[in-house]
Design a protein around this ligand. Structure first.
Ligand code: B16
Ligand code: MG
Length: 211
């Protein structure tokens, strides 16, 4: 299949902000005396901020009002953005840069499809602002992955049909979203083991062979 568009998830595919999400959620959980560990953190991959908070609060004995939940999510995001301030162009892995260049040279249209409301800020930190033909992110959608909304919006902005696009994901929820939207999918990490993934990848570089 000659894919005309490639839609990249951001966190876990283009760059690695997982450690910052973990640190900010952990600090929040500690403040609230809620148990939080790597296993809980793994369940948050690709999931929106408020849905992530709900997962963390499953371990709490206290019940929170909507207003309190908003305040907790805001606190986490402030801390997370502070940590993102440490990122520079050096946090863009070399293999990602060369893969993007190679795909562009093959004539593919490139887009971002991320659940994050901080996607544009992260892209600017790592020197990729303006590098994609389209960016669809958490500010554009009302339903997060596994709903396909974020990828459908990216395809629409690329002026391509979902069946012409390959979604590159590290999260199982992201592959579910790609399947639900009628996209091809390429999986990294745990997403490579998804039963419905079109192309399991060992490294993002493998995309240059798939296309
Ligand atoms: P924010 P992706 C996702 O990004 C992260 O994987 C997930 O852990 C996070 O909760 C979500 O973005 C929302 O992020 O709080 O910045 O809006 O993997 O879809 O690029
Ligand atoms: Mg991800």
């Amino acid at each position: 299949m000659a894919w005309r568009g490639i839609i990249f998830d951001l966190d876990g595919v283009i760059c690695f902000t997982d450690q910052y999400h973990y640190q900010a959620w952990k600090e929040l959980a500690d403040r609230e005396n809620i148990y939080f560990d790597e296993a809980v953190n793994n369940r948050l991959r690709g999931i929106s901020r408020m849905d992530s908070l709900e997962i963390i609060l499953e371990r709490s004995r206290k019940s929170y009002t909507d207003r309190e939940k908003e305040a907790l999510a805001e606190w986490k995001n402030r801390r997370y953005r502070e940590l993102l301030g440490n990122m520079t162009e050096r946090d863009l892995p070399e293999e990602v840069r060369t893969t993007l260049d190679g795909l562009r040279a093959k004539g593919c249209k490139l887009a971002i499809g991320s659940s994050s409301k901080n996607a544009k800020f992260i892209l600017s930190r790592i020197g990729l602002a303006g590098c994609f033909d389209a960016v669809s992110d958490g500010t554009d959608i009302t339903r997060s992955k596994p709903d396909p909304e974020v990828f459908l919006k990216a395809a629409e902005r690329l002026e391509l049909e979902p069946s012409e696009c390959l979604v590159v994901e590290d999260a199982l929820a992201g592959i579910d979203a790609a399947v639900a939207g009628g996209f091809g999918s390429a999986g990294l990490g745990e997403a490579a083991g998804h039963p419905q993934v079109t192309c399991p990848l060992k490294s993002i570089r493998d995309l240059l062979q798939v296309l």
